[in-house]
Design a protein around this ligand. Structure first.
Ligand code: MN
Ligand code: MN
Length: 498
């Protein structure tokens, strides 16, 4: 059979729409799942993604990518890399796999919603590939850590995290449910494809691949590069959606979807990326600080993309810039202090040399975050490890589900932003999290934070062992300990002796 040239059939195949006869258009594309902005079918037919691919090409390329990733893994599986790997780096891997593996599967469902419910044929086509991409990412990131489970049960969180009620998982799921599991096709393309993938993860993966290569973990680095190459393609789903909305008088709506989702993802992203970059990766292997990475990669590129597309920087931009200097430092302190509640072994990793580096990269670090660690270091030097475990329960933000905190020391910027709604008081970490809640209180009001659950009878009685079991600790694996078994304080011991 003679084959047509790609150019002869491609446009027709990806632009095909039809007029439904058996059901009404709004039954085929219900607004809540499809397009709540009410644009006509014709407007969506203008959807034009820049990077085009046919199914035949897609399958060929994906097969090659998979063969490459799996064969590198097979070739290196006898190397003893993971036996002698730095525990800080292993923590990066455990955190990554626990947070990401099944989130990819959720992303697959989000892409599936776009494939079925978008009125734009080009978008349905691209998200079909996106759906298969995300399935591949799920498979890779479930399979790769699997061989590590026998050596360290904490790697089992790649499979299990999403099925637990660990506080960090609740935070991640609250965000992902909000931006990609419970929105219509068009809003999902803004929140997931543009804010999350274009704005943050696509670039983060480039950095993550470079970091793991510098460490010598070519298996992981290669896998991430393979995934990133898919992300770069399907992340383009958001741009044409936004262009069409703007052209049809819906700029404010597109801007709001961006503002909500960029902040939501940022709050998680800083933990997932900022902490490992500035604390978990051994000092001599760090290629740049998280702040430098954010300014050079994310901010510069994202602002340019916003300009190109015709949107504005989110209204909270100044707060975002300030959060880059603070949020992940706070959470490093918090996660380390509550280390038994997580599934990785966070290293304190603030020895004298590391502090010098932190002060250089974040002027003022010693006079703020340093003071928090001074107390911990003092207790460890005095042989009072037990005093480094807090007895209190943090206040959790009712939006991001992350403990409320901000810069310590003389500036003391930690505040709780409160809102009373229908006889309940809600606490927020920042004006932005509060603003998101105010946009749609009914959407968020019934969700109980992990701390709410201790007081509402869900975790009963709320003793420490019960709380840990509820969070999957001691069930899936043991909880965390200091990744370096406190060896990072040796530098202070030496200083004291001198
Ligand atoms: Mn993915
Ligand atoms: Mn993706």
């Amino acid at each position: 059979m003679a084959l047509l040239d790609r150019s002869e059939w491609y446009g027709l195949a990806r632009e095909t729409n039809w007029t439904p006869r058996y059901v009404a258009e709004n039954e085929l594309f219900p607004a809540d799942l499809s397009d709540p902005y009410g644009l006509p079918m014709k407007a969506w037919e203008a959807f034009d993604e820049p990077y085009k691919v046919s199914y035949r090409e897609y399958v060929k390329v994906q097969r090659e990518k998979d063969a490459n990733a799996y064969s590198v893994k097979a070739a290196l599986s006898r190397s003893k890399f993971y036996d002698s790997a730095d525990e800080g780096y292993l923590s990066l891997l455990k955190l990554h796999y626990g947070a990401v593996s099944l989130t990819e599967y959720q992303a697959c469902q989000a892409q599936g919603r776009m494939s079925r419910f978008s009125k734009a044929p080009g978008m349905r086509n691209t998200s079909t590939f996106g759906m298969m991409d995300e399935m591949r990412h799920t498979q890779l990131q479930l399979f790769f850590p699997h061989e590590l489970v026998t050596r360290d049960r904490q790697f089992d969180w790649a499979h299990e995290a999403t099925h637990t009620k660990n506080w960090a998982v609740l935070g991640g799921r609250h965000c992902m449910d909000d931006i990609m599991m419970t929105r219509d096709a068009i809003t999902t393309s803004i929140m997931l494809s543009f804010a999350f993938e274009t704005g943050l993860t696509n670039l983060q993966m480039v950095g993550l691949a470079a970091d793991s290569e510098a460490i010598g973990d070519f298996t992981f680095s290669n896998m991430i590069t393979s995934i990133q190459s898919d992300e770069a393609r399907h992340a383009q789903l958001g741009t044409p959606s936004i262009e069409i909305l703007i052209k049809n008088g819906k700029k404010a709506e597109a801007q709001k979807a961006l503002d909500i989702s960029f902040w939501r993802v940022w709050r998680l992203f800083a933990i997932l990326t900022g902490i490992p970059m500035d604390y978990y990766i051994p000092l001599e292997k760090r290629h740049m600080s998280f702040k430098e990475f954010m300014h050079e990669w994310v901010i510069k590129q994202f602002v340019r993309q916003l300009n190109d597309i015709g949107l504005e920087k989110p209204w909270y931009w100044d707060m975002f810039l300030d959060d880059i200097e603070n949020h992940h430092h706070c959470q490093q302190g918090g996660i380390w202090s509550w280390r038994p509640t997580v599934w990785w072994n966070p290293p304190g990793a603030v020895g004298p040399k590391e502090r010098e580096w932190l002060e250089k990269k974040y002027p003022g670090w010693n006079d703020s975050y340093g003071r928090y660690w001074d107390v911990i270091i003092g207790n460890l030097l005095d042989g009072h490890e037990e005093k480094t475990h807090p007895n209190c329960i943090p206040v959790i933000c009712n939006m991001c589900q992350i403990p409320v905190s901000n810069r310590p020391g003389p500036k003391w910027k930690a505040r709780v932003y409160q809102l009373d709604y229908k006889e309940k008081r809600y606490n927020f970490c920042t004006p932005v999290c509060k603003w998101i809640f105010e946009q749609e209180p009914e959407r968020y009001k019934d969700f109980e934070t992990i701390v709410d659950r201790m007081y509402s009878g869900v975790i009963d009685p709320p003793t420490l062992p019960n709380v840990l079991t509820y969070m999957g600790i001691g069930v899936v694996s043991n909880g965390g300990r200091d990744g370096y078994d406190y060896s990072w304080i040796n530098g202070y011991r030496k200083q004291a002796a001198e």
